[in-house]
Write a protein that binds this ligand. Structure first.
Ligand SMILES: C[S@@+](CC[C@H](N)C(=O)[O-])C[C@H]1O[C@@H](n2cnc3c(N)ncnc32)[C@H](O)[C@@H]1O
Length: 163
């Protein structure tokens, strides 16, 4: 048997390619969970929302529908192939933009977002505490965090402690 010897970035690239290929099926499966977290997050028209680990962008598009033309949604992902697909899908939505970055070290201005959202995009963080502390810095005082993840299969949204 031949074994594939891949380093971490090789594994991530392989996972990204697989996610692109299966994106239609995965979107069908994950959309109901993601929509529950979006409903709980409650983005309003005009809001600025950041979608962490946005992948192929289904949630980013769904969030864009909630914030409308006056709002803004920024999708963040580390994987270029997924962002290519996401950009293609959002080509007609001027309120949507994407940034290729490691979301653990997100360099967005302090108190600049009304909402931070993630659908299975925060599970692989090496230092979740640092990442979420940074998210809190980026959120406005009234900001909300909404996520659905694979640790405990629950959706949650809550206000920042100081908001
Ligand atoms: C399980 S997929 C979910 C994708 C998308 N949110 C969805 O539900 O279809 C996890 C995503 O997080 C991205 N990701 C993982 N670690 C990341 C990091 N440190 N910074 C940014 N994106 C990351 C991956 O590239 C991948 O697109």
């Amino acid at each position: 048997m031949t074994e594939l010897a891949l380093d971490a970035s090789g594994k991530a690239a392989l996972a990204a390619r697989a996610w692109v290929e299966a994106s239609k099926l995965l979107d069908l499966q994950l959309s109901p969970l993601g929509m529950r977290a979006i409903d709980t997050l409650g983005p309003a028209p005009g809001d600025v929302v950041v979608d962490i680990g946005c992948g192929a962008g289904q949630s980013t598009l769904q969030l864009a529908g909630r914030v409308g033309a006056a709002g803004r949604v920024v999708g963040i992902d580390i994987a270029a192939p997924l962002l290519d697909l996401a950009r293609h899908r959002a080509a007609d939505l001027p309120q949507v933009s994407f940034v290729q970055a490691d979301a653990q070290h997100l360099d967005l201005p302090e108190r600049s977002a009304d909402g931070i959202y993630s659908r299975f995009g925060v599970m692989a963080f090496a230092d979740p505490q640092a990442a979420f502390t940074n998210f809190r810095r980026i959120l406005k005082l009234s900001g909300r965090l909404g996520r659905v993840d694979g640790f405990n299969q629950h959706q949650s949204a809550r206000k920042t402690d100081d908001g």
